[in-house]
Design a protein around this ligand. Structure first.
Ligand SMILES: NC(=O)c1ccc[n+]([C@@H]2O[C@H](COP(=O)([O-])OP(=O)(O)OC[C@H]3O[C@@H](n4cnc5c(N)ncnc54)[C@H](OP(=O)(O)O)[C@@H]3O)[C@@H](O)[C@H]2O)c1
Length: 276
């Protein structure tokens, strides 16, 4: 699978998401000598550096050696510093790399405005389960991007989970709201079940264990079985039983579906605002 990815990678920002990507790449066989990291916190802040002495890390882009010619430049810095950080990477334009940005709310047009109109730009929205190899990333390629560059981005992002592509960049706001922010909704579900379990009389440690294992187990069923979420729910709901009693509350007007629709609309709107 990595046959097309023999080149060099410049990773800009190696925090939670950059670090997850790095771990995934190494697990998929990318050679640490082919990776250069720009990270102000330095080597000691990056856990894979300890395991891979050949990995190069510099604090600022001007320290990237002149003979390092990246095939891919991956931006994994916070959106707040993006505009100030990206222009310095126009220095690599003559190497014709693909610039892969995982930065939330930054459009491909915004990246091109900072680098130049000829920059090959792919935008990606991963999510935190990437840190355990179970992420889902949605990618969008700016107009005119070379197919090989899309394939390279696909390989790099599939190192941390599944990958989908959209042809309309406007959809990235809803993607951000559903899968980018989505893990937090599921964690909230586990938290709420735990608190409700305590309210129902369970000791805190048991309530926590039950909530975690139930969310994880149900997630594994969603992953491994082909049935829709709706069918899986129906299959475990006997008429007049305990599950039905709970679902009568959760599915009532103003319940989970209405709340989720409002929550995702709010996140989509916030993503649009951040892009401005
Ligand atoms: N985490 C997620 O689940 C997730 C999901 C989807 C998308 N993303 C996107 O991924 C990006 C990174 O998020 P994160 O959660 O990984 O944040 P993070 O943990 O804060 O990582 C950002 C890293 O960039 C470093 N950095 C700061 N200034 C830099 C510079 N000028 N050059 C290079 N590196 C610099 C930071 O170092 P210091 O800490 O020393 O400042 C930090 O290590 C964000 O744009 C976010 O929208 C994240």
């Amino acid at each position: 699978m990595l046959a097309i990815m023999r080149g060099t990678i410049l990773l800009v920002g190696c925090g939670k998401m950059g670090g997850a990507l790095l771990e995934g790449w190494f697990k998929r066989g990318i050679n640490p000598v082919d990776v250069m990291i720009v990270e102000p916190a330095g080597r000691t802040a990056i856990s894979p550096c300890g395991k891979h002495p050949a990995l190069s890390c510099v604090p600022v882009v001007r320290d990237v050696p002149r003979d390092f010619h990246p095939d891919v430049v991956v931006f994994a810095v916070k959106p707040q510093i993006f505009d100030a950080t990206v222009p310095e990477y126009a220095r690599f334009l003559s190497d014709r790399p693909v610039y892969l940005s995982v930065v939330a709310g930054k459009t491909t047009a915004a990246v091109r405005a900072l680098l130049g109109p000829t920059a090959e730009v792919v935008r990606a929205m991963p999510n935190t389960p990437a840190s355990v190899g179970k992420g889902i990333t949605v990618c969008y390629a700016a107009p005119g991007i070379d197919d090989l560059h899309c394939q390279i981005c696909n390989v790099l992002m599939s190192a941390v989970g599944k990958v989908s592509w959209v042809k309309d960049e406007a959809l990235m706001d809803a993607v951000t709201a559903v899968s980018g922010s989505g893990p937090a909704y599921v964690f909230l579900l586990a938290e709420s079940m735990e608190k409700a379990g305590i309210e129902a009389g369970l000791p805190a440690d048991i309530a926590s264990e039950l909530a975690r294992a139930t969310v994880a187990g149900a997630g594994a069923m969603l992953e491994q079985l082909n049935d829709s979420a709706s069918d899986l729910r129906t299959n475990v709901t006997s008429p007049g039983g305990t599950t039905a009693a709970a679902l009568n509350v959760l599915m009532a007007s103003g319940g989970v579906q209405d709340l989720m629709t409002r929550a995702i609309a709010a996140a989509t709107q916030r993503s649009r605002e951040l892009a401005k």
